[in-house]
Design a protein around this ligand. Sequence first.
Ligand SMILES: Cc1cc2nc3c(=O)[nH]c(=O)nc-3n(C[C@H](O)[C@H](O)[C@H](O)COP(=O)(O)O)c2cc1C
Length: 309
Amino acid sequence: MPPSLPTWFDLDPVAPFTLGGREIPGRIWTASGCFAYGLSGHDMAAPGFASPYAGIGAVVTKTVTPAPRSGNPMPRLAETEVGAINSIGLENVGYDVFCRETLPELEARGVPVIASLAATRPEEFGTMTARLQEVAGDFAHWHGIEINLSCPNVAEGGHDFGSDPGTVAECVAAAREALPGRPLLAKLTPNVADIAALARAAGDAGADAVSAINTVIGLDVDLATGRPVLPRRFGGYSGPAVLPIALAKVDQIVQQARVPVVGVGGIASAADALKFFALGCVSVQVGTAQMRDPFAAARIARDLVRAQS
Ligand SMILES: Cc1cc2nc3c(=O)[nH]c(=O)nc-3n(C[C@H](O)[C@H](O)[C@H](O)COP(=O)(O)O)c2cc1C
């Protein structure tokens, strides 16, 4: 972390800011799938932090689908020198349990939440969002929705529709109709030639922001067996190695689409986060680094605040 902030940086990362007509408590968030549902942090301690939630603007919860999913066969996460490859396969408790148990518990604990949703048909984003509105419409700490259009690991699910601007627009429009007054984010895949086209489609259909990027398709080989390390062969690559890819994709969106961007991909330090803000991101998410250190996002928020003072 530099001893003082660069002069161009004039945002307060831990102050509330407005997105989609709602005040979000801060600009440093945790990324979906990397801090579970945001409930386990209350059991964690680290010197100098009240909790892993200190200074965090939102926890983007693990993506939930209409029905529970048990995910792909093990192993489904492999570390590389500079990142991780996962093929979790969207293991999740399912939408009913999320609405009935998880969200109310998050609300009771005061955790700021952006709920991540995935579905296999565009209209399901509408029905899921409508149900969320019913259950949590008066919750103070549920701030919005991120629709996951880009998980590369679910054979019948998101990855195909995440790469087609027309389908992205359909998914966003379905959710938008059911979500008044709270921000709607569309999380985009980097595994396409033209991510800006997806961002434009999402913005035109009513997304308040796009989150970029989800994981990059990757594969690693176990030299002892000569086979891919993951049984599904491919997985989603994340961590420090993808930071320049994420920055490039974010820049394409900023230059070619008029929609706010939430930056995600390889962020592990305050300096990494600043690079996304330099390109114009309104907030950032911390993913893989949060799995290694559940206080990673809180540390980044703290380091930025310290550098400001
Ligand atoms: C183990 C793991 C699980 C993930 N699960 C999800 C998920 O359920 N939904 C989603 O939108 N992104 C998911 N992601 C992607 C991250 O949210 C993030 O977009 C990506 O990892 C890039 O950021 P990072 O390099 O900081 O991890 C997952 C990533 C990892 C490593």
